[in-house]
Design a protein around this ligand. Structure first.
Ligand code: FAD
Length: 530
C-alpha cells in the first residue's frame, strides 16, 4: 500500500484584490533528493517557490516545496523516477508558460518543473525538416518561436492559438484552438509524433502507429499521463500576406447562420486555402477601445460608426464575424473575386465590412500588441476568471438569450467574448479532449479581467450561474480548459470515456504523481491507495 500526500485545496481569498500568500509548505522534501545528480537544479528559496505559486488566472495560490529547472528531458525523467520509486511519492507538475486559469500548473507541497528552463533560445530544441515538411519542437517552446523558425523556410503549422506566448506542451495538453480549427482541427489534430515522459519516469516516443494509447491520451490529456518533451508538427507553405476581414451584425441569427455557412464552404471549389481563419466575438463600445484583441484594427472613424450603429439599434453589443484569406500577390485578383462572391452571400449590416492587408506573421501575432499595452497599464496581472465552453450548434440561440443577453447583461465589457463554430469531424475522438456530441459546435470564450474585488466576486458568481443555466436548460456543453472540484464533475465531463481515462492513468501514472493541480487524481486514485 502506498501512502499519497493528499493536497489541501485553497479557496479564493476576497480579502484583497490579488490573492495573498496564505500557505507555506509544511511537508519536507525527502533528503535523498538533495544527494542526487540533478539536485543542483532544484530550488527551495522563497522567490523560486512564489514565482510558480499562481498562474495567469490569479485566482488561486499553491506553494510547492521545490521548483526544478531541468537542462534536458533526461533530468525530468530522473526526477520522476526518483519520485515514483520513493516510498512517499512526490507530486510533480510541469509548468509551461503558466497561462492556465485555475491553478492547473500548481503543485502544493510537491515539485513544479519549470519547463522553459529546457531552453527557449536553444536551436537544438527546434528543428525544421524542409524536405519532410515537419518540425521537431521542444514541449517548452513558445508558439511564437515556432512561427519565427518555420517562417524562415516559408512554412508554418496549420493550426494555431490566438495568442502565441503559450508553450507547445501547454496547448497540446488542452487542445489548442483558434480560427483555423474549423478547417484543420485543433492543434492536437496536427501532431505526428511525441516524446513523452510518463509518471514512472519512462521516456517514450509515441504516435498513431507507435504506443498509440499514450499518444491519444496525452493529446488534450491535461498533463495527466506524461510530460511532452518533443512534438513533431506538420508544416504547410505559409502565405506572405493575408486579408483580414471583420463584418458587423446586429442579430445573432444572421451572425451564426453566416459563420456556419463559411465553415461549410467546400474548399475544393475555391482558391486553395481560401478562408483559413474564422472567428467571431461580441463588440462593445468599451470593448472596442479597451479590448486587447481589437486594439489596432479599427480606425477612429470606424469606431464612431460602429458606436452609432450600436446606439441606433439600442444594443449593448454587436456581433463581429472575423475571417482571413491568404493574399499572396500571385492570387490576389482571384481572391478578391472569391471574397466578393462570399461576402455577397452573407447578411452583415450593409456598409459594415472592414478589411486590412497585413503580413501573415502580423496577423498570427496580433494579440501580443494588446498584451503589451495592458502590461504597461498594469492591467495584465489582474485576476482572470475566464470561462471557456463548447456549446452545441442546436443550442447556440438559447445560450445567447440566456447567457450573453441574460446573465451577462451589461457586464460584457472587461474583456473579449468569443463565439465561433467548429466541425466535430476535425477532432479525433480517440484523444483525451472532450467536445459536444454534435457535428457543429461553438467555442465560447468569456475572457474577462477583474479590476476590483467586487467585479471579481460578481464574475465568479456569473460563471457559476452560466454553468447552472446550461445544466438546467439541458444544454449538452463541455468545458474547454476544464475545471471541476468534484469526482462527479470530472466523471460527467469525461462521460463514457471516464473508464478509459482511469485505465490509462493507472497504466501511465500509476501513483498519481503528475499534474495534481487539476485535482482529478484525488478522486481517481484515493480509492485505490487508501
Ligand atoms: P501551463 O499553463 O503552464 O500548463 C497548463 C497545463 O498543461 C497544466 O496542467 C500543466 O501541468 C500542463 N503542461 C504544461 N506543459 C506541459 C508539458 N510539456 N507536457 C504535459 N503537460 C504540460 N487556448 C487556446 O486553445 N486558444 C487560444 O487562443 C488561447 N489563448 C489564450 C490567451 C491567453 C492570454 C491565455 C492566458 C490563455 C490562452 N489559451 C488559449 C489557453 C491556453 O492554451 C492554456 O491555458 C494552456 O494550457 C497554456 O499554456 P502554458 O504553456 O501557459 O501551460
Amino acid at each position: 500500500m502506498v501512502s499519497l500526500p493528499m493536497p489541501r485545496s485553497i479557496t479564493i481569498s476576497f480579502t484583497s484584490l490579488f490573492i495573498t500568500t496564505l500557505f507555506m509548505s509544511t511537508l519536507s522534501l525527502p533528503q535523498e533528493l538533495f544527494a542526487l545528480d540533478f539536485s543542483s537544479k532544484l530550488r527551495t528559496d522563497k522567490q523560486s517557490l512564489m514565482s510558480v505559486a499562481s498562474d495567469f488566472g490569479n485566482l488561486t495560490e499553491s506553494i510547492p516545496a521545490s521548483v526544478f529547472y531541468p537542462s534536458s528531458p533526461h533530468d525530468i525523467a530522473a526526477v520522476i523516477r526518483f519520485s515514483y520509486t520513493n516510498s512517499a511519492p512526490l507530486f510533480v507538475s510541469p509548468r509551461g508558460h503558466g497561462h492556465s486559469i485555475n491553478g492547473q500548473t500548481s503543485c502544493l507541497d510537491g515539485m513544479v518543473i519549470h519547463m522553459e528552463s529546457l531552453g527557449q533560445d536553444r536551436t537544438d530544441r527546434i528543428n525544421v525538416s524542409v524536405a519532410n515538411r515537419y518540425m521537431d519542437v521542444g514541449g517548452e517552446q513558445l508558439w511564437i518561436n515556432v512561427l519565427n523558425t518555420a517562417r524562415i523556410h516559408g512554412l508554418g503549422p496549420n493550426s494555431w492559438t490566438d495568442y502565441l506566448y503559450l508553450t507547445v506542451g501547454g496547448t497540446l495538453s488542452v487542445g489548442g484552438i483558434s480560427g483555423q480549427t474549423f478547417q484543420h482541427g485543433p492543434q492536437i489534430s496536427n501532431v505526428l509524433e511525441l516524446d513523452v515522459i510518463t509518471g514512472t519516469g519512462e521516456q517514450v516516443t509515441c504516435s498513431k502507429t507507435r504506443n498509440r494509447d499514450l499518444f491519444n491520451a496525452v493529446l488534450g490529456g491535461l498533463g495527466q499521463f506524461g510530460i511532452i518533451t518533443r512534438a513533431r508538427i506538420p508544416l504547410s507553405p505559409a502565405p506572405e500576406k493575408v486579408k483580414w476581414v471583420r463584418l458587423m451584425y446586429t442579430d445573432i441569427v444572421s451572425f451564426t447562420r453566416d459563420q456556419e455557412h463559411v465553415i461549410s464552404v467546400d474548399e475544393s471549389e475555391r482558391v486553395s486555402g481560401f478562408v483559413n481563419f474564422l472567428e467571431g466575438s461580441l463588440l462593445l463600445e468599451q470593448g472596442l477601445i479597451n479590448s486587447w484583441r481589437s486594439s489596432s484594427f479599427f480606425s477612429k472613424n470606424d469606431i464612431e460608426r460602429i458606436v452609432e450603429l450600436t446606439a441606433k439599434h439600442r444594443l449593448t453589443a454587436l456581433y463581429c464575424l472575423e475571417l482571413v484569406v491568404r493574399y499572396d500577390e500571385d492570387i490576389a485578383t482571384e481572391v478578391d473575386q472569391e471574397l466578393d462572391l462570399l461576402l455577397g452571400d452573407l447578411r452583415f449590416v450593409p456598409g459594415f465590412a472592414f478589411a486590412q492587408e497585413v503580413t501573415y506573421v502580423e496577423f498570427l501575432d496580433r494579440v501580443h500588441d494588446g498584451e503589451v499595452k495592458l502590461q504597461e497599464a498594469g492591467q495584465w496581472q489582474v485576476p482572470h476568471p475566464w470561462l471557456n465552453l463548447f456549446v452545441p450548434k442546436s443550442r447556440i440561440l438559447d445560450f445567447d438569450a440566456g447567457v450573453l443577453k441574460g446573465i451577462l447583461g451589461k457586464d460584457k465589457a472587461m474583456g473579449p467574448i468569443l463565439i465561433y463554430p467548429m466541425n466535430k469531424n476535425k477532432w479525433d475522438s480517440e484523444m483525451s479532449a472532450m467536445i459536444p456530441d454534435e457535428e457543429v459546435f461553438y467555442a465560447i470564450g468569456i475572457l474577462r479581467s477583474a479590476t476590483s474585488r467586487e467585479k471579481l466576486e460578481k464574475m465568479v458568481d456569473q460563471n457559476e450561474k452560466i454553468l447552472e443555466f446550461c445544466s438546467m436548460e439541458g444544454i449538452a456543453f463541455k468545458q474547454y480548459l476544464p475545471h471541476y472540484r468534484t469526482k462527479e464533475g470530472w466523471m460527467k465531463h469525461y462521460g463514457s470515456k471516464w473508464d478509459k481515462f482511469v485505465e490509462l492513468k493507472m497504466k501511465y501514472d500509476p501513483k498519481g504523481i503528475l499534474a495534481p493541480g487539476l485535482k482529478i487524481y484525488t478522486s481517481l486514485l484515493e480509492d485505490k491507495y487508501i
